[in-house]
Design a protein around this ligand. Structure first.
Ligand SMILES: *Cc1c(COP(=O)(O)O)cnc(C)c1O
Length: 389
């Protein structure tokens, strides 16, 4: 009997979500991947081991997660890290002093902080550009460009990058296209299929989906890059513990069940907000009024649960945030519970004010992560919050 183990890319998404990378435990047949709480592995004799030597390099629970997410992204290799930022840091260690990176201007605040405040001092150069326009990416490329880093949709302005165009530009430049796919998740968007070389995730968000761990993941189909990433993972050491890997792996089993509900709630809430507050103040790729709605439909299979709203001022944003009862005021996103946040002071607090102003990240913007509660309750919650404004 053939079973869906390891990287069986032919099975459907839901079947891969549940089975890929996993097999019944050989000792007892446990259907759930054991949490291998171990730092080392006993060797049979000098030079004879089972492929596992020390748990920084390899852990079977981690491997199951890596293979699972790689299969969901349609990739051959996955590497798990202790956080999304740790995954980003590892990818950048593929570079050397003197290399140049073209990066989206509206990437996650922690990505910008790592690039600008730490990696610059190691001799990497960065150009931050509006990647909505492929020409701006092409114009920023120099002979030293090795990476084009994009996030699509972006956090929190929900701006899209045309992945097929970005990949063509990267090929021509001899650079790798890296896509932070945290917001869409592989259920709605698979960057490797558009020619991306590396896909990065904060597994903390939709992949885990239950707000109970921090983790990161990198997927590639390039064997040479994979070999270098495994080396960096072991040499750099930012590995996740087995319990966190187990939790993320439990999360991915229901990714295909959760994402349609996030999407349904996202559409419902966005439609209500657009009616109540005006199209132009609601940023959601699923709205026909979103300037890149056509690209979103072409490149994504759904729009998800992330919405930003321009409340007009920090005071109005604060008043709304403080009134909600079902949404919780917190950083992060992608969990089953709905969250609400103020990006300018929270997730993007580390981005300098003039940069925020240049990209249009105002003090009035509120970001919603619609969870998988009943959509009507989310709308009712916002209704009562807006009523008091
Ligand atoms: C949260 C997030 C990250 C960073 O991931 P951590 O797991 O918090 O380190 C990177 N990119 C995006 C888009 C995120 O939302």
């Amino acid at each position: 009997m053939t079973r869906v183990f390891d990287n069986d890319l032919d099975a459907g998404f839901g079947t891969r979500a549940i089975h890929a990378g996993q097999r019944p435990d050989p000792l007892a047949g446990a259907i759930m991947t054991p949490v291998y709480f171990t730092s080392t592995y006993v060797q049979d004799a000098l030079g004879q081991h089972k492929g596992y030597e020390y748990a920084r390099g390899k852990n079977p629970t981690r491997e199951a997660l890596e293979r699972n997410v790689a299969a969901l992204e349609g990739g051959r290799h996955g590497f798990a890290f202790a956080s999304g930022v740790g995954a980003t840091d590892a990818i950048m260690k593929l570079l050397a002093a003197g290399d140049h990176v073209v990066c989206g201007e509206n990437v996650y605040g922690g990505t910008f902080r790592l690039f600008d405040r730490i990696l610059r001092s190691f001799g990497l150069a960065f150009s931050f550009v509006d990647t909505r326009d492929p020409q701006k990416i092409a114009d920023a490329v120099t002979p030293a460009t090795r990476v084009i880093w994009v996030e699509t949709p972006t956090n929190p302005l929900m701006r899209l990058t045309d992945l097929a165009s970005a990949s063509t530009i990267a090929r021509k430049a001899g650079a790798w296209l890296v896509v932070d796919n945290t917001f869409a998740s592989p259920f709605f968007q698979q960057p490797l299929s558009f020619g991306a070389d590396l896909v990065m995730h904060s597994t903390t968000k939709y992949l885990n989906g239950h707000s109970d761990m921090i983790g990161g993941l990198v997927v590639t189909s390039d064997d040479a890059l994979a070999e270098r990433l495994q080396f960096i993972l072991n040499a750099g050491g930012a590995v996740p513990g087995p319990m966190d890997c187990f939790l993320a792996l439990r999360g991915t089993k229901t990714l295909h069940l959760r994402m349609p509900r996030h999407d349904e709630n996202g559409r419902k809430v966005a439609a209500w907000l657009a009616k109540r507050w005006g199209d132009e103040r609601v940023i959601y790729p699923g709205l026909a009024s979103h300037p890149q709605h056509a690209l979103a439909k072409r490149q994504m299979k759904g729009f998800g649960g992330m919405i930003s709203v321009e409340m007009g001022s920090r005071e109005a944003a604060g008043a709304m945030l403080n009134r909600v009862r079902v949404f919780s005021l917190a950083e992060s996103l992608g969990g089953v519970e709905s969250l609400i946040s103020h990006p300018a002071s929270m997730t993007h607090g580390s981005v300098p004010a003039e940069r925020k102003a240049a990209m249009g990240l105002t003090d009035g913007i509120v970001r919603l992560s619609c969870g998988v509660e009943d959509g009507d309750d989310l709308v009712a919650d916002l209704e009562q919050a807006f009523a008091g404004l």
